[in-house]
Design a protein around this ligand. Structure first.
Ligand code: NDP
Length: 453
């Protein structure tokens, strides 16, 4: 780490205390950018990095709502408008009790580079609330979403800031948020993505992040003349990203043996086939049940509950060639990374955002694993969100085949950008440097062009 990066990190930590995830995300990026700054003193002179780590705007607000018992509940709402150099702010909303300013700043920061990599004109943002949709009735979720949007509406717009879903915000929540936006503004516009198909949504948007992570894995494998066919795959999570990751792996001939939620994970040695995946979709998206019920339904599966005393996650300690972490941040630590390697892992494609700790990433890079960081591997979701915005502006939907072909093309192009920039800056095969540098250059040049703003 250069002296410049050390002093920059010291300043970031001093200015943003108690935000470890934000520090982690910034440190990973600026370490890669050290390679760029040597060749491009103009970025340092214009203080591009000092500016890029500072959100353009942070909005924090009260979200009061009334539960089914008539009690007033109070949550906290956020929107981080991180960077608009290359387009309107774009990034999801997360509803989860763990949501805080530091987590959303890390996500918004990652989003800036990810959105740039997609080749589409989108800036970076992220938002959400510490509201927990788990165990809430539809009525309670609607009440909370309406209250959240009543404030958020002042800050967003189709050409300003376009939120989407993330953990805890799926089709149901986007519907309630959109309904309230439309009611207050009296306009039908593409202000949110992930909308329902018959009211402005795009085909393939629900599938996009998972499909994209598998396309990215497949591109990485192709650099070693390999495919996903017959490979054993470990997938974590069981929400939107995990479900469509499994769907595409099955299509590509791989065998998925794990899924999880915050209570534990299932290991199904026979593999999760299409019928079992339909069960998971119904369980998670309609009945809103727990993954342990999978093991009640299928006797080939074993459920292991979370053990808070363990220093590693047993899900990552099964034989497998491919890992698709698709739940949440920091779910693979150094021990997990070592366990994966011991069990024969060859490729890691991150569906989740920053699911691997800095120590875990180092293990993967040192061992020469094909390691696709989230900002590249899971960019398919926001890419199709960008395509949803295009279709909304044209007021004309594309077919499933057309959107999927564009998604596939974008994932290939992100992969190539990573490979090219890793090569160009002297670290061939390092997708972390490739993604960080590739994402940065476009935003940095736009910031230079637009002056000190
Ligand atoms: P969902 O809410 O649909 O699913 C999240 C899954 O992860 C659930 O199975 C959930 O279990 C589990 N999970 C969440 N938090 C934790 C935790 N703290 N510990 C253990 N398990 C947890 O979210 P998505 O599938 O949309 O998102 C998953 C990841 O992918 C996130 O990191 C998100 O930022 C990232 N991502 C999502 C995109 C999208 O298009 N949706 C785009 C790009 C990235 P439980 O139900 O028990 O909470």
């Amino acid at each position: 780490m250069s002296d410049y990066v050390k002093s920059l990190m010291a300043e970031v930590k001093a200015k943003n205390p108690a935000e470890p995830e934000f520090h982690q995300a910034v440190e990973e990026v600026v370490e890669s950018l050290d390679l760029v700054l040597e060749r491009h003193p103009e970025y340092r002179a214009a203080k591009i990095i000092e500016r890029i780590v500072e959100p353009e705007r942070v909005i924090l607000f009260r979200v009061p709502w009334i539960d089914d018992q008539g009690e007033v509940q109070v949550n906290r709402g956020f929107r981080i408008e991180m960077n608009s150099a290359i387009g309107p702010y774009k990034g999801g909303l997360r509803f989860h009790p763990s949501v805080n300013l530091g987590i959303l700043k890390f996500l918004a920061f990652e989003q800036v580079f990810k959105n740039s990599l997609t080749t589409l004109p989108m800036g970076g943002g992220k938002g959400g609330s510490d509201f927990d949709p788990k165990g809430k009735s539809d009525n309670e979720v609607m009440s909370s979403c309406q209250s959240f949007m009543t404030e958020l509406i002042r800050h967003i717009g189709a050409d300003t800031d376009v939120p989407a879903g993330d953990i805890g915000v799926g089709g149901r929540e986007i519907g309630f948020l959109f309904g309230q936006y439309k009611r207050i503004r009296n306009e039908f516009t593409g202000v949110l993505t992930g909308k329902g198909l018959n009211w402005g949504g795009s085909l393939i948007r629900p599938e996009a992040t998972g499909y994209g992570a598998v396309y990215f894995a497949s591109e990485m494998l192709s650099t070693r003349n390999e495919t996903l066919e017959d490979k054993i795959c470990l997938v974590s999570g069981s929400g939107n990203v995990a479900q469509y990751t499994v769907e595409k792996i099955i299509e590509f001939g791989g065998k998925v043996v794990t899924l999880s939620d915050s209570n534990g994970y299932i290991y199904d040695e026979e593999g999760i086939n299409t019928e079992k995946l339909e069960f998971v979709k119904e369980l998670k998206n309609i009945r809103r049940g727990r993954i342990r019920e999978y093991a009640d339904e299928y006797k080939s599966a074993v459920f292991t509950p979370v053990d808070a005393n363990l220093k590693y996650n047993p899900l990552w300690n099964h034989k497998g060639c491919c890992a698709f972490p698709s739940a949440t941040q920091n779910e693979i630590n150094e021990s997990d990374a070592n366990n994966l390697i011991k069990n024969g892992i060859c490729v890691v494609s991150e569906g989740a955002n920053m699911p691997t700790t800095a120590e875990g990433v180092k293990v993967f890079l040192d061992k020469g694993i094909l390691y696709g960081p989230g900002k590249a591997a899971n960019a398919g979701g926001v890419a199709v969100s960008g395509l949803e915005m295009t279709q909304n502006s044209m007021r004309m939907p594309w077919t499933r085949e057309e959107v999927d072909a564009r998604l596939h093309h974008i994932m290939k192009s992100i992969h190539q950008t990573c490979v090219d920039n890793a090569d160009r800056f002297g670290t061939p095969g390092n997708y972390v440097n490739g993604a960080n540098i590739g994402g940065f250059l476009k935003v940095a040049d736009a910031m230079l062009d637009q002056g000190v703003v």
